[in-house]
Design a binder for this molecule. Structure first.
Ligand SMILES: Cc1cc2nc3c(=O)[nH]c(=O)nc-3n(C[C@H](O)[C@H](O)[C@H](O)COP(=O)(O)OP(=O)(O)OC[C@H]3O[C@@H](n4cnc5c(N)ncnc54)[C@H](O)[C@@H]3O)c2cc1C
Length: 222
């Protein structure tokens, strides 16, 4: 076993995760409308949605389902994490910015909807996200964050120092912002669950198959 494999398998998540789904070996020629490289959150959600839309999808993964950051992260489902609404608009402009904001706004709901709709077992909990503020600068930042996202319609509130400290159980922060859309889950169980659901929707998997590096050569078909 390699060091990388040991590193993955000697984790709390690996020791406590739901079983990985068994993927059948693929052989011969595989016809697909879409080939997706990697079996993490991002690609498995795309694979599932494409399959539900009637596309034939194959996922190619160099190692195993959840091998990357998706099977190793903190398991926090963070709403609009670290992003100021005005920053998104400034970066993307009005039209694309509005679309990005919609995506950010719906991201946590999408995760929990997928879990509920497909009964994915991943120890999920819907609890508020709390961002602590330290010092005057920190307070100004969370005030701006709460104002911008609050005006956008997010369920955000500001907490004074005392409330923050009683929720967080320490005396470190001078205040905080709280967004009710947050939550937590077991990331390796979630990614394995997503893979199981994608498989039932018809997605095929090829694991231990690293795609060779490729370079973009211009527009496909030209
Ligand atoms: C330490 C840490 C903590 C984090 N904590 C949080 C958190 O609490 N909450 C949160 O929302 N986000 C967190 N994140 C971020 C989050 O984990 C990532 O944004 C998310 O997992 C990215 O998913 P992904 O599907 O894009 O990529 P990944 O899950 O990284 O998947 C990429 C996959 O691609 C495969 N691959 C790579 N190259 C090839 C190839 N050539 N051929 C075939 N397959 C290939 C890899 O083997 C891997 O399985 C954290 C990240 C880290 C590193």
């Amino acid at each position: 076993m390699t060091d990388a494999e040991l590193g993955f398998m000697q984790s709390l998540w690996f020791a406590t995760a739901e079983e990985a789904p068994e993927t059948a070996a693929l052989s011969g020629t595989i016809d697909a409308d879409v080939m997706i490289v990697s079996a993490g959150f991002t690609c498995l959600s795309a694979a599932l949605h494409l399959a539900e839309a009637g596309q034939a999808v194959v996922v190619v993964e160099a190692q195993e389902i959840g091998w990357g950051a998706s099977g190793r992260n903190g398991g926090q489902v963070n709403p609009a994490f670290d992003v100021l609404l005005s920053g998104v608009q400034a970066h993307f402009g009005k039209q694309r910015g509005d679309r990005v904001l919609e995506l950010i706004d719906g991201a946590c709901d999408l995760v929990f909807e997928l879990i509920e709709r497909h009964t994915i077992k991943c120890a999920h909990r819907r609890v508020p996200y709390i961002g602590g503020a330290y010092g005057k600068r920190g307070l100004t930042e969370v005030e701006r964050w709460a104002r911008e996202w609050g005006d956008y319609g997010e369920p955000v509130i500001l907490n004074a120092k005392q409330d923050t400290n009683s929720v967080l159980g320490n005396r470190f922060f001078d205040g905080s912002m709280e967004d009710a859309q947050g939550g937590s889950l077991h990331p390796l169980s979630y990614v394995r669950g997503l893979a199981r659901v994608a498989m039932s929707a018809g997605v095929k998997f090829l694991q231990k198959a690293r795609l060779a590096p490729f370079r973009r050569r211009g527009i496909i078909g030209k």
